[in-house]
Design a protein around this ligand. Structure first.
Ligand SMILES: Cc1cc2nc3c(=O)[nH]c(=O)nc-3n(C[C@H](O)[C@H](O)[C@H](O)COP(=O)(O)O)c2cc1C
Length: 606
């Protein structure tokens, strides 16, 4: 018997049309007089197959993918009314026992190599229903923790080997210890939910899909550290996460997990939400603190570290969303269980957001130590263009590009750092041959230039000067000396900047220079962009032999650069062409090619 139907309704699902699917399900169930509960869940990670609809039985969950509103009636008629599942639409099946997932099969093998700790509930529970969290052992870790001395909890976290998931990988237990041992009665814990890296959406998934897990982690952390107040700093661009966090906080208070004398103990703690305006720099700890205090989000020199002098001058422990979300699992399963997963120095799992040209975009959670190739090819399915992977950008603007030849390295903090990239918070942006590495470096630099708070000169002006050099190269005006200057400046910006933003901003440039220098040289010496991305270096040309004179290109050209008679070859006037690529896209005869502009493209009709 079907127990419930659920629709994955995180932001990713909603963007794919899950709300419309939900509404259609609601409508048809009513119309057809079917009395099965319809509920909302978060995202199971398969964003690329959304909208996802679960048909939940006592011992099985059958998940349908790409279940748009148009398919709802057929689903109801076939599966719900006639008990005939539509095999070709099924993307996942879970064998379950009550709330425990015993086994997951999926059509893509997306879950085969995954290990769920942080995402164990994501996509399986209603994030707005605390009872569903509790039914899956939620708040059990808090009960266990309260039976221990705070120092013992810190010891457990230290023993687990958990390291910060926000980027730098600092040992979490040690950080907690510093804050606990810092003098002062009043202490704070903060959850860093700023998630500013382009291409990263792991924290959003956790916040939207399983908010209680983050609260529980923070409550346990606050108990261990001796904090009485906590803040979740979350960007206002995450309205659904904020809404669900607010609901979760209210529910946790009602059940006595937050507030005065939690679960009858003499430990009291509460959490507030601070909405950030979405500045990248506000993810940096000291800038984040300033922002919560109501000041402009600008970093300050450290020491003193937030553990000594943080929010409102009090000892403060800041951890990332995913870091907090690991804590309940560690307490419930013990530090050894966590430490048995992963590598010697990088324990546990890591959640990654697969984005860019990846075939299966979404969130994956894998044991540390899996290779990049396993993550991107076996789980992610390679590129959606079918072309080979050229590189992967890890860690956003603070990270770097790792070339295809290095994809066999294990994903752990040390191995990734050796490449010049960083593990970062977990964004992985996949690139293929159609990506220009000079352009990628310019894109990230453009981001940092705009996001620099401007406090220190190296960051404010150094990144700008670096961007200008990249711009010059991408326009075909570069000289070889620019490459030397770019590298020199990159190291100076790294060394001279006050905070992590400036210190890491040159990483995309330095890694592309390290692994793709030949592309820079091609731009400078040959005035050529092999990926055909840098507009000044390319030109569109009509292959007259293939042109049928259908006139589509001429009709769509926004600047009227294309001329020709019907059923006769057309021509592009290079002096007028703005290289928007519209002609290339609309031509149905592959009659338009992209050529190197500097190889002398003539106005052939003249
Ligand atoms: C410019 C900049 C932006 C950052 N953005 C984030 C962010 O969005 N989320 C995050 O958790 N950490 C971010 N960090 C890292 C945090 O400063 C800090 O290392 C993290 O909150 C520590 O938590 P963890 O030990 O749990 O990783 C950023 C750092 C810098 C320098």
């Amino acid at each position: 018997m079907i127990k419930a139907i659920a629709v994955g309704m995180n932001s990713c699902g909603i963007a794919a049309g899950a709300k419309e699917t939900f509404n259609a399900l609601q409508r048809f169930l009513k119309e057809k007089n079917i009395n099965i509960p319809l509920k909302v869940t978060g995202c199971v990670g398969m964003c690329y197959r959304e909208p996802l609809v679960d048909i939940i039985y006592e011992d099985t969950i059958i998940t349908y993918g790409n279940l748009t509103q148009e398919k709802v009636e057929k689903l109801i008629d076939s599966h719900i009314i006639n008990n005939v599942p539509i095999q070709e639409w099924i993307v996942k099946t879970d064998k379950i026992n009550g709330t425990k997932i015993l086994e997951t099969w999926d059509v893509d093998g997306f879950f085969a190599m995954q290990k769920k700790i942080v995402l164990e509930n994501s996509g399986y529970i209603d994030p707005e229903n605390i009872d569903e969290y509790i039914a899956r052992d939620g708040y059990e870790a808090l009960r266990i923790a309260l039976k221990h001395k705070p120092e013992e909890i810190i010891e457990i976290i230290e023993k687990s080997g958990l390291r910060g998931r926000g980027g730098a990988g600092f040992p979490t237990g040690l950080k907690w210890k510093f804050t606990r041992e810092a003098p002062g009665e009043k202490k704070y814990v903060v959850c860093n939910a700023d998630e500013g890296d382009p291409g990263a959406f792991m924290d959003r998934n956790v916040l939207e899909g399983d908010p209680h897990r983050v609260l529980e982690g923070m409550i346990i952390g606050a108990y261990a550290i001796g904090a009485s107040e906590g803040y979740i700093y979350v960007r206002a661009e995450y309205p659904l996460a904020i809404k669900r966090l607010k609901i979760a906080i209210a529910q946790a208070r009602e059940k006595g997990f937050l507030g005065e004398n939690i679960l009858g103990s003499n430990f009291s703690f509460d959490i507030k939400i601070k909405e950030g305006a979405g500045a990248f720099v506000c993810g940096e700890e000291t800038a984040l603190i300033a922002s919560i205090e109501g000041k402009r989000g600008m970093p300050r020199p450290r020491p003193p570290f937030p553990a000594q002098k943080g929010l409102f001058g009090k000892p403060t422990n800041i951890n990332n969303v995913e870091t907090w979300a690991n804590v309940p699992w560690i307490i419930r399963h013990g530090p050894e269980a966590f430490a048995s997963i992963g590598t010697e120095k990088s324990k546990g799992t890591k959640v990654f957001a697969l984005a860019g040209k990846i075939s299966r975009g979404g969130n994956v959670e894998v044991p540390m130590g899996l290779s990049l190739r396993d993550i991107l090819v076996k789980i992610g399915g390679g590129t959606k263009t079918g072309k080979p992977i050229k590189a992967v950008q890890l860690g956003g603007p603070s990270g770097g590009c790792i070339p295809e030849q290095m994809l066999d390295i294990p994903v752990d903090y040390e191995s990734i750092n050796k490449t010049g990239a960083i593990m970062g918070s977990g964004g992985m942006v996949v690139m293929d041959a159609d990506t220009c590495m000079v352009d990628v470096a310019k894109f990230f630099l453009d981001f940092t230039v705009k996001e620099s708070c401007g406090k220190c000169t190296f960051c404010r002006l150094g990144t700008m000067r670096m961007w200008e050099i990249l711009d010059k190269i991408s326009k075909g005006n570069g000289v070889l000396e620019d490459l030397e200057n770019l590298e020199k400046l990159a190291y100076e910006v790294k060394a001279g900047s006050l905070c992590g933003l400036g210190q890491t901003a040159p990483n995309p440039v330095l890694t592309t220079l390290r692994y793709f220098k030949h592309e820079y040289i091609e731009h400078v010496v040959d005035k050529k962009c092999r990926a055909k991305v840098c507009k000044p270096l390319i030109a569109y040309r009509i292959i007259t032999d293939k042109c049928t004179g259908c006139t589509a290109c001429a009709r769509y050209c926004p600047v009227k650069a294309i001329t020709g008679e019907v059923r006769k070859p057309h021509y592009i006037n290079q002096d007028i062409c703005i290289k928007c690529g519209t002609c290339y896209e609309v031509c149905r005869f592959n009659a338009i090619e992209i050529v190197d502009a500097f190889q002398g493209v003539k106005n052939e009709q003249n």
